[in-house]
Design a protein around this ligand. Structure first.
Ligand code: AFP
Length: 327
């Protein structure tokens, strides 16, 4: 049996990155304990306020955010933290060499119905050591990430992690409290017949995305010549986990409902960490046209359209968009 600690000791990363990953995993254990108590733990329902995204915060959004913030600001290697739930970055230890970004509870609309939720995290280098970290220090593209991963709080709690040398998965042993390695060097098939998208937004999508999805819906009666199936967890962590396990394509495209924000998902603490995992597992991740991890950010909360998963399907979406742009 290999634990997360055993894995990190031999992984091609630094002791500082390993320390921060361990801190996040420890908070994941505490969030798991809260979720396991569910309705009995007074963690359900609305917190009664909105975050910078204008979204009503759930109690557990705030609780998870505060747990991660407290733990990471207590880690000497963490110079600053940025969270989906906080307007601006929180400076921590200005002698630290790392920055951490997270969505503390992704899929929080699933909490009240006892469905899967998760924590997404991204670790960046701090290039201004000795100074107080500010939002601008976080504005690095996805290729700058030193590590990324998620905790999936499902029937079991799992940690998916990359430090730039493949994707490894761990399962939390509820008896010992250890994260036990269950799979490594995960690879995503280039092809798939399973897609994930919120189809109720069809009328808001741009024409090329409408064409791509209409072709999937047409199945073996259309140009694709085969039937497709759809799955939608409404928590990105759940959809990405399924893709890492059995392939697929996940899309939250540009839609005119969010026209001023370029889609619903956030670049820095959702799209970039998930793209790192997907690319490390042999998949692809774009904004429908451009590679996500090449995007130069201009705001820690900026949104981006997301198309990620099995490479040949992501490329097909890109081809259809390019054909429309050339016509
Ligand atoms: P919440 O955290 O507000 O539930 O949003 C989750 C999410 O950001 C992402 O995890 C899902 O894939 C997506 O939104 C679901 O969006 P829809 O609710 O529009 O289906």
């Amino acid at each position: 049996m290999t634990t997360l600690s055993d894995y990190l000791q031999q992984a091609e990363t630094t002791s500082e990155v390993s320390s921060v990953i361990t801190t996040i995993a420890e908070v994941g254990r505490d969030i798991t304990a809260l979720l396991r108590r569910g309705a009995l733990a007074d963690i359900l329902g609305e917190a009664g306020n909105e975050n910078i995204q204008g979204e009503a915060q759930k109690k557990l959004d705030v609780i998870a955010n505060d747990m991660l913030l407290d733990a990471l600001t207590g880690n000497n290697h963490c110079a600053g933290v940025a969270s989906e739930e906080l307007d601006h970055a929180t400076p921590a230890n200005n002698k630290g060499s790392l920055l951490v970004l997270f969505d503390p509870l992704d899929g929080s609309s699933n909490i009240d119905i006892n469905m899967a939720v998760g924590t997404i995290f991204s670790i960046l280098p701090y290039n201004n050591v000795g100074n107080v970290a500010a939002d601008s220090d976080f504005l690095q593209n996805g290729d700058a990430q030193l590590a990324a991963g998620y905790l999936l709080y499902g029937a079991s709690t799992m940690l998916a992690l990359t430090v730039g040398n493949g994707v490894t998965m761990f399962s939390l042993d509820p008896d010992s409290g250890e994260y036990v390695l269950v799979s490594e060097n995960i690879r995503i098939d280039k092809d798939t017949s399973e897609y994930a998208i919120n189809s109720s937004n069809h009328r808001y999508w741009l024409a090329p995305m409408q064409q791509y999805i209409d072709e999937l819906v047409a199945g073996d009666a259309g140009v694709r010549g085969r039937d497709f199936n759809t799955r939608w967890v409404a928590a990105m962590v759940g959809d990405v986990h399924r893709i890492l396990c059995r392939g697929g394509i996940f899309m939250y495209p540009f839609d005119t409902k969010y026209a001023n924000k370029a889609g619903k998902l956030r670049l820095m603490y959702e799209a970039n960490p998930m793209s790192f995992l997907i690319e490390q597992a042999g998949g692809a991740s774009t904004d429908a046209v451009k590679r996500i991890m090449s995007i130069e950010p201009n705001d820690i909360h900026q949104r981006v359209p997301v198309v990620l998963g099995s490479e040949n399907e992501v490329l097909r979406v890109q081809t259809i968009h390019n054909e429309h742009n050339q016509s």
